[in-house]
Design a protein around this ligand. Sequence first.
Ligand code: SAH
Ligand code: SF4
Ligand code: F3S
Length: 444
Amino acid sequence: MTNDASPKAAKKLFIKTYGCQMNVYDSQRMAEAMGAEGYVLTEDQAEADMVLLNTCHIREKAAEKLYSDLGRLKPLKSEKPDLKIGVAGCVAQAEGEEIVRRMPLVDLVVGPQTYHRLPAMLRGEAPAILTEFPAEDKFDHLPARQATRRAPAAFLTVQEGCDKFCAFCVVPYTRGAEVSRPVDRILREARDLVGRGVREITLLGQNVNGWHGEGPDGREWGFGRLIRALADTAGLDRIRYTTSHPNDMADDLIEAHGAVPQLMPYLHLPVQSGSDRILKAMNRRHTATQYLRLIERIRAARPDIMLTSDFIVGFPGETDQDHADTLRLIEEVGFGTAFSFKYSPRPGTPAYERAEVDGALADARLQELQALLTRQQKAAQEGMVGRTLGVLFEKPGRLPGQMVGKSDYLHSVFVEAPEAQVGDLVQVRIVESAPNSLHGELVA
Ligand code: SAH
Ligand code: SF4
Ligand code: F3S
């Protein structure tokens, strides 16, 4: 066997990925689709024959980033007129041909559900702007995942889209309706990943725990059942999933957290706010108390679980009391880490027209909330010292003989392990907590 093509013949593809893990996964699949057309990936934008920007529309800043990056591509495009520039992802879906109108240097615009047609678009066999939600499943039209060795931790998209319509969020419009991939495809893709060196899989979906489908036994499976089936995959040592919605935490999923050893004790369960008024205005469809009761049940199933969340501050109508309610919820739960954002009004969403909270006030609230979350994060990390945890080595560390990998709780852990290799899953006693990582020793 020789390599796919000589370096001279191969065209180079540069991909920049913005936004969530689903985009990271999609970028890999697009790279594979383009690989079948003779493109190889490059890290160097200057030598690219094609630049693909896989974009995020979630907040205004994320979307505007695309236009500043496109602006910066102008000199390269004038230098290399044959350079192809493509915009994929959620801005592509939301703005479509508006992107080409604003930035005529863009050759192709492709939405998250149509990127399997990217090669045809490049060959001129499909329109240059493709953002419909096709009836066909893109996964049926993508090339099989390449037979190359993979990093030990991988993503696997099992569910896409969202029917929840939170009042602030663009995802239902950019990703379309909730769709679950069939069980057999998911199990096959997982086996294939494991065959190529993967030991940890993170199942992805905008509402991943809303996944459901018909099992091989002819019964309707929920997400907990899928996890149990995946846990039977020999060689798959770790399972994670993100992002989940509180209203889709079914009993069998909660039980799986107690029963499936491969399921890591880490759960990202965004709550957004601790105020019932705001939760209602956000259309989250649960109260703060319901969230807290849910956390209790999850902790009863898996006492050592670490919880993380997303928060939005300054949602329209948020008062000092609402903000205080959010801080109180955070105190009550104790999160391992969390993402927090200042509300960003997004065109086309129900909250877009609502009167905004004063910007400076929202900034102050964000600071206060982040200070609390940072304290909790520090405490959670320091609480790991003295514990023995699994660590999956992902790459060599900064020092000779050192490896770095992720703990069960997704902390980066540096370990002296001169004999070890990438992909080893070892037991490590945590000895020290540094600002953004842990240090540990191999347990014999
Ligand atoms: N499906 C996930 C969220 C995906 S978006 C869920 O329901 O939890 C990731 C995060 O971005 C959200 O949890 C929210 O905190 C934040 N976000 C979404 N829209 C936003 C907006 N308009 N302004 C600020 N933050 C937003
Ligand atoms: Fe957005 Fe809400 Fe759907 Fe999450 S559940 S993707 S926040 S609409
Ligand atoms: Fe962004 Fe789309 Fe993901 S809007 S967060 S890239 S689903």
